[in-house]
Write a protein that binds this ligand. Structure first.
Ligand SMILES: [Fe+2]
Length: 346
């Protein structure tokens, strides 16, 4: 019989918990947020906008937040010693990025855009509309960094400039390189739903995928597309993956060994995050393709960790409980979608 490596002791709130409490905005827990546009937000003094934390999946490696900028508004200038990858859920606007001694580089964005903030660069977001709010979803490495350094001055008022990660010329915005199959380096993707992804035949017929390194971050992200009638196998890995559906509809199944399987329907704007070693599978039940954007793990450029946890595994489809695929086929039949039994995994 396997025994726990060590007993669980509750040492109270972590430095990251304390930061969240000080900031006083809602902290959403659990594994699934059904509609990111429906989240209730509160005034967020540091950002000068509205916000909430998505502290999902009971982990403090990486995290997410949602921020809303009212029509005609802007955030307060920020800089911080954690990495941040942004997905624009709603609205149109612009972001200025700069370092001490550089000019401001400003770029525009709309729904579906992704970009990263260069580490510890200053930045400010602007809502470009006087009628519509902007809603931002962002993944960050804030918990990891705050729990290590637990010092607000060091994290939020650190004067160091990472010159190797940013320059204020238009070349920064033009940088766009297909490094190899399923891997791009760039600094701004205008729309993840329009971006041409690469085939990933080993994951299933028609499945497409792209990993990104944005703004030279070590924090990773990717976009996956599941064609109609296509689902993934179940797999599990370490904590910190946060996924937002950017197009289409379907459901996710989540469970941990020894626990009951749970099914959550999703659509554009649903966010979910599996716990450490939680099995998860993505099922497209819509008539069109389903896409999701995931922030997780290391970027391709900085995937230096040579250790592969042997518990990070996939369940071959012919070894999963048969009722899982039966339920999927029933859902597809109800919606009149032809099943493609290809096996995919992200
Ligand atoms: Fe995954």
């Amino acid at each position: 019989m396997l025994l726990p490596f060590r007993e669980h002791l509750d040492f109270g709130p972590t430095p990251y918990d304390q930061l969240q409490a000080r900031e006083g905005i809602p902290v959403v827990k659990g594994n699934v947020v059904s509609a990111v546009l429906a989240l209730e937000l509160a005034p967020w003094k540091r950002m000068g906008a509205l916000g909430c934390y998505l502290n999902l999946a009971g982990q403090q490696q990486t995290d997410a937040y949602v921020c809303e900028i009212p029509p005609g508004g802007q955030t307060l200038p920020q800089r911080h010693l954690f990495e941040e990858i942004i997905y624009i859920v709603r609205g149109h606007g612009a972001t200025s990025v700069w370092q001490d001694g550089t000019s401001k580089l400003t770029f525009e964005w709309g729904p579906g855009a992704i970009f990263a903030i260069p580490l510890n660069a200053s930045y400010q977001h602007f809502n470009g509309s006087n009628a519509e709010p902007v809603r931002i979803f962002a993944g960050t490495t804030c918990p990891r960094m705050v729990n290590i350094f637990h010092n607000d001055d060091f994290i939020f008022r650190n004067p160091f400039n990472f010159r190797d990660r940013f320059h204020d010329s238009q070349d920064y915005l033009r940088f766009n390189k297909h490094m190899t199959d399923r891997y791009w380096e760039t600094n701004l993707v205008p729309d993840v739903n329009q971006f041409v992804l690469d085939d990933f035949p080993m994951k299933g017929k028609g499945v497409k995928h792209m990993r990104f390194t944005l703004a030279d971050t070590t924090y990773g992200c990717h976009v996956s597309e599941f064609p109609p009638g296509c689902r993934s196998t179940f797999h599990r890995h370490g904590p910190g993956a946060v996924i937002i559906i950017t197009q289409g509809e379907g459901y996710v199944m989540l469970w941990k060994d020894g626990e009951e399987r749970k099914r959550y329907d999703f659509r554009e704007g649903t966010v979910y995050s599996p716990d450490d070693l939680m099995w998860h599978g993505h099922f497209n039940t819509g008539r069109g393709s389903m896409r999701h954007f995931a922030v997780r793990g290391d970027s391709p450029k900085y995937s230096h960790d040579r250790f592969r946890n042997p518990l990070w595994t996939m369940i071959p489809m012919d070894e999963e409980p048969p009722e899982i695929h039966r339920e999927y086929l029933q859902d597809l039949a109800r919606k009149g979608v032809k099943a493609d039994v290809s096996v995919v995994e992200d």
